[in-house]
Design a protein around this ligand. Structure first.
Ligand code: NAI
Ligand code: MG
Length: 492
């Protein structure tokens, strides 16, 4: 173990953040964090379980009911969020490097996210002062009615490893804006930046117990949080399989849920599209973050006349992507996050080959020196694939793209929507009518025309169908952290 060139790792023993204190797990247990590009040990992290979750939820409850936090005015909550954004901006490079070390994403990607994330905090800082109810007018002469917005209470959040800082900011922002409190359980594969963000919250003046961070495993800490009877709302980002468990676990107290789950997003290229722009965009949509993106455009539907040429263009764009250790400035694609994720992705590549798919590029794990030290899979473009193959139906979460030719608009709409998921969808065309028709027909929370995966703090993103419940970003995200109370006052 060493200080691996990062100030947060100078002390490589990391603790839980509960009630404003850094504490060991009650069990005394810990687990390791390693760099997926090199295998290097980065830190040992206190391993929270049900007992620690209990302690953290109790702290969050106290902070919600009786600490200084309930007395913060909207202006004071706004000030905290603005300080947090300033601190994040000032330490952006340090956060970017930590995420790159911990989960492998290229430094240009983790650095590039900081602007959006400070924007998210500032957006919620604005919304903190724009929370308002209404005065509906009932058909009764002697009644005054006001709807009052109140914080939903103690929130729980379980986040994945594919954007650890990103997910932390998205969970913390609306909690602070509305006056809720939070117990956050990071992913076991990427807990470091969530912990460092916890430190930042304290520095920004968030009172003790408002933001608690409890790393640990999903089946223990995560499950305990999801089932906890004193948690009012749970927010989860991750796989649909775990999402289903969160739904079941919510039944005990019928807590409110927000779920941001996976996808198998269609990316549709019409023959009239600007091919020179669409091809590299299709490669980035599928291969960015080595495919470990919930809205990755992994089903590439291409109008038949240009399908072969377009697949070759995408493969060229893929071949130009530099694979390597994410900490190097020129790396485009880093490793997969873990041995487990590598095994999953290789399993999908094997199943594609067995079902008759051909790889235009990639197709196999990279081996030899220096690849063996980490978990590297090159961008893979598959042709000769059918809509019912496993690799085309299921979320791979690796750099694997399937090219699916189509003939008519009606046909591609049907095929694009024939999935249990509905997170994102992309369309490339120069025809305005086609753009509108597709925008209307595609059943997904975000439809991107002549762009892909664009995000903004003010624009809602989330899933139709099995991609989840609710929206993040935008006013909807705030609303999910609020209760509406109807106050009836007889006036005579
Ligand atoms: P996962 O959904 O199991 O893990 C995400 C988070 O859930 C982690 O913090 C984990 O500790 C927690 N968790 C696991 N089991 C839990 C339980 N029973 N109760 C409460 N929390 C629990 O995903 P995993 O295993 O890391 O990856 C497997 C696959 O999931 C990936 O290959 C990918 O297809 C998908 N995935 C999708 C993501 C997305 O954003 N759409 C993010 C991460 C994974
Ligand atoms: Mg790691």
């Amino acid at each position: 173990m060493s200080s691996i060139d990062h100030p947060f790792l100078a002390d490589p023993r990391k603790k839980l953040l509960i009630d404003g204190q850094w504490v060991d797990a009650q069990s005394g247990r810990s687990f390791e964090s390693r760099n997926p590009a090199t295998g290097a040990l980065l830190a040992t992290i206190a391993e929270g379980d049900a007992a620690d979750i209990d302690r953290a939820v109790a702290a969050a409850r106290r902070a919600f009911e009786s600490g200084p936090w309930p007395r913060f005015t909207p202006a004071e909550r706004q000030a905290v969020l603005l300080r947090l954004a300033d601190l994040l901006e000032a330490r952006g490079e340090s956060f970017a490097r930590l995420d790159t070390l911990d989960m492998g994403a290229p430094i240009r990607r983790t650095r590039g996210a900081i602007g959006l994330l400070t924007g998210v905090l500032r957006y919620f800082a604005g919304l903190a002062r724009a929370i308002e109810g209404s005065t509906p007018q009932p058909s009764m002469p002697d009644m005054f009615v006001a709807t009052v917005k109140e914080p939903v209470g103690v929130c729980g959040a379980v986040i994945p490893w594919n954007g650890p800082l990103w997910a932390s900011v998205l969970k913390v922002g609306p909690v602070l804006a509305t006056g809720c409190t939070l117990v956050l359980k990071p992913a076991e594969d990427a807990s470091l930046s969530p912990l460092m963000f916890g430190e930042l919250c304290l520095e920004a003046g968030v009172p003790p117990g408002v933001i608690n961070i409890v790393p640990g495993f999903g089946g223990t800490a995560g499950a305990a949080l999801a089932a906890h009877l004193d948690v009012d709302k749970m927010s989860f980002t991750g796989s649909d399989a775990t999402g289903r468990k969160i739904v079941q676990a919510s039944a005990g107290n019928l807590k409110r849920l927000s779920l941001e789950l996976g996808g198998k997003s269609p990316h549709i290229i019409f023959a009239d599209a600007d091919i020179a722009a669409a091809a590299p965009a299709a490669a980035i949509a599928a291969f960015g973050n080595s495919g470990q993106v919930c809205s990755a455009g992994t089903r590439l539907f291409v109008e038949r006349a240009i399908a072969e040429e377009f697949a070759a263009e995408v493969a060229r764009a893929a071949a130009a992507m530099r694979i390597g250790n994410g900490i190097e400035e020129d790396t485009d694609l880093g490793p997969l996050v873990s041995a487990r994720q590598l095994a999953r992705v290789v399993g999908y590549l094997d199943s594609a080959r067995e079902e008759g798919a051909a790889a235009v590029c990639g197709g196999k794990q990279l081996t030899g020196d220096p690849w063996d030290a980490g978990f590297f899979v090159p961008p893979t473009v598959l042709t000769d694939v059918g809509d019912d193959m496993k690799v085309v139906r299921e979320e791979v979460f690796g750099p694997v793209l399937s090219v699916l030719p189509f003939d008519t608009m009606e046909e591609v709409i049907g095929r694009a929507n024939a999935t249990p998921f509905g997170l994102g969808a992309g369309v490339w065309t120069r025809e305005i009518g086609k753009a509108h028709a597709m925008g209307k027909a595609l059943r997904a929370g975000s439809v991107w025309v002549n762009c892909y995966n664009t995000l903004d703090p003010a624009v809602p993103a989330g899933g139709y169908k099995a991609s989840g419940y609710g929206r993040e970003y935008g006013p909807n995200h705030l609303e999910e952290h609020l209760q509406t109370k109807s106050l009836w006052i007889r006036t005579a």
